[in-house]
Ligand binder design. Sequence first.
Ligand code: TYD
Ligand code: MG
Length: 447
Amino acid sequence: MKNKTSYICKICHAPAPRWQGQCSKCQAWNSLEAVVSTPLRSSTMTITQPVDLRTIETGVQDRTSTRMGSLDSVLGGGFVPGGVVLLGGEPGIGKSTLLLQVAGTMRETGQQVIYVSGEESLSQIRSRADRLDMLDDQLLAMTTNAVEDILACMDQHPALVIVDSIQTMVSSQAEGLPGSVAQVRAVATTLVERAKQSGVTVVLVGHVTKDGQIAGPKLLEHMVDTVLYLEGDKELQVRILRVVKNRFGPANELVLFEMRGQGMSIIEDPSTFFLQARDTALSGTALVMCMESQRPFVVEVQALVTKTFLAFPRRTALGFDANRLHLLIAVMEKRLHVNFGQMDVYAKIGGGLRMKDPGMDLGIVAALLSSLYDRPLPEGAVFWGEVDLNGQIRPVFGHDVRRKQAQNLGYSPLVHPKTSEAKTSGWGRLLDVQHMLFGAPSAKYSG
Ligand code: TYD
Ligand code: MG
């Protein structure tokens, strides 16, 4: 059977049966690249039949521990043999550093790990391993751009092969430059296939483009078993490793790391990590018990409300969606009778974190009020709860875990929503929280 060549537009990914100068969908010029597809199945091969699932082994495979406590647990107990993990993140965020550390710690238990780099020279990798104090006599590294070399490595049956990065590898099965859609797809397909056959775990590094997609679109996410993203503010030390997808363990988990001079170290107790050096006597800051994964931790929300000198006042949100800030300001103007019309509003999450937890709402509102009135919130107060458009405070997921954690850490008062189980404690209306914190609104601020 012959291989068939078809074409795909590298901009809009529309397929085309033959090469042409202009993509017929997005009208871009010179954007088509060839994809060679091998025939699916030849007629002489045996047909696959469905089987009774009970006859299949349970596949609770022996996990390979990464020897990094929390990392193991977010992976669901370590790497799965034959599993393929994608680690995405912006250039320079620490992907290579983290993986070299994993390679080093796994070496300590005598497991064979091969670090394949298409980006750095062997001497660069060596000096990084030196710096991380990971230079073990058996830590194997290789520099190549050919996927065939990686396949040859996998034939040695190591426990783990790290491919840094998928965008630098080429397969002779496909055309195009490294990093093109066709190449990324071909390289990933080959490696996933071989991982499943050989039982070798493969970690693929994928650079993320500015708009947050792994270059060679989201296509990679479907092909692999586990997708991890490393994110954070490069100016700050904190890095967040998020589990976006996991066929073998919990999703929506995260691990927090601190980037140090000697590599990344896991923040084992994030509950108070983000609160260092906080002045409780200042207005405009609130503590939030937030949950971005199964573990709650406290972060500081800062707000600054100042008189504007602009025709259109500024609204800036750092670390969370600006639309949430607009929405909360609108709710506060309508339900709390405060007026931000002549005010610039800035709000940010401390520690360079980027949060999506809807439970942040109540804390953001408290910080905004505190800055507007220029009065600090009660020392030790901690907030969580979602604010809806009617000015009601809604329960959020993980309520009990948040409350337990807040009590353990000695916070008081706890300002949180009423829940269906405990109707007597908690707050239902934003207006009541405002009164509790600042008394009845004074004439000066009422709208
Ligand atoms: P790197 O792992 O090369 O990023 P990526 O592979 O995601 O592109 O990270 C490089 C950055 O990390 C660089 O700015 C230096 C910093 N770094 C440390 O702060 N401490 C360290 O121990 C190492 C090895 C790097
Ligand atoms: Mg790198």
